[in-house]
Write a protein that binds this ligand. Sequence first.
Ligand code: AQP
Length: 345
Amino acid sequence: MSSFVPRIFSGIQPSGDLHLGNYLGAIRRFVPLQQSHDCIYCVVDMHAITVWQDPADLHRSTLELTAAYLAAGLDPKRSIIFNQSQVIEHAELAWIFNCVARMGWLNRMTQWKDKAGKNSEVQSVGLFSYPSLMAADILLYKATGVPVGEDQKQHLELTRDIAAKFNNDFGPRLKELGLDADYFPMTEPLISGPATRIMSLRDGTKKMSKSDPSDMSRIALTDDAETITRKIKKAKTDAEPLPSEVAGLKGRPEAENLVDIYAALADMSKDQVLREFGGVGFGTFKPALADLAVAQLAPIADDMRRYLADKGEIERVLRDGAGRARIIAAETMREVRKIVGFVGA
Ligand code: AQP
């Protein structure tokens, strides 16, 4: 029986325009968890600066992402909502985890390989050690579950490796201090349901991403109805009509992605979507998808604009959340400093 409070932590980087993948793969799934768990939702601004961010853009994106959290239904009274840099313990624990994690572990991360490509020599040290900071975000609050998209699964596995090595390396010390041998939990990734991996509208083999240079590759949460419709109309597809069964989507990544998006937005299974649209061409399916996307996203964009009209209120939400997060984080760090053996702890 675990002694940990069931607690959710998740975060998104304020590193550009939020897109449909962030919404369906993460934000929308955060909302119902508020009913059953202690939830902490973070705007991970320290992660964002692992690649260059213009300071004014970072500031704007932080407020916009917070507005998106609120517009999507996160309740700052029920959940802790804050930006990472206001709770400095994240950086402190990340440093300790940098000393626990091994170079080989970080070198194997596919996100590092994808982002650094052949130019790893010129990337920031922060980009390389990104997963240590992510482990610190999660374990500072001893979170037991992290709702994320499929792309983050490997980072969650690394978080468990760091937790296990810390618990093991400091096992005798934990005993000496009368602390649990499982000091950090083995956090579970919560990856389920449709749309855990939304793909680019221009290339069905690449994930939809904020950093894709093509604006046409993603639907931004703030896109207006006309832009959403245009992007879906221009989305890459093949010439075949939709199949009647999921098996028929094999080898058709762009078609599968659009069906996946429809299913997620309509709360249907892919089978149900294909029962309705099997045999239909994209000339009919795309307008239906565009109508659905506009109907679902327009109220969120409207609410985001409403929240952004009062930036002082957004800053107040983040300050209040940071104050509540700091109480939990400070308690963990008081123990961790003692466990490590720092004088003065
Ligand atoms: N395409 C996607 N499909 C489903 N889920 C996705 N997520 C991101 N892209 C997709 C989920 O969104 C959450 C926050 O991601 P992030 O902003 O912290 O980092 P990311 O995964 O690197 O997102 P981007 O958009 O691809 O940003 P850039 O281009 O800056 O790297 C995570 O839960 C992620 O799984």
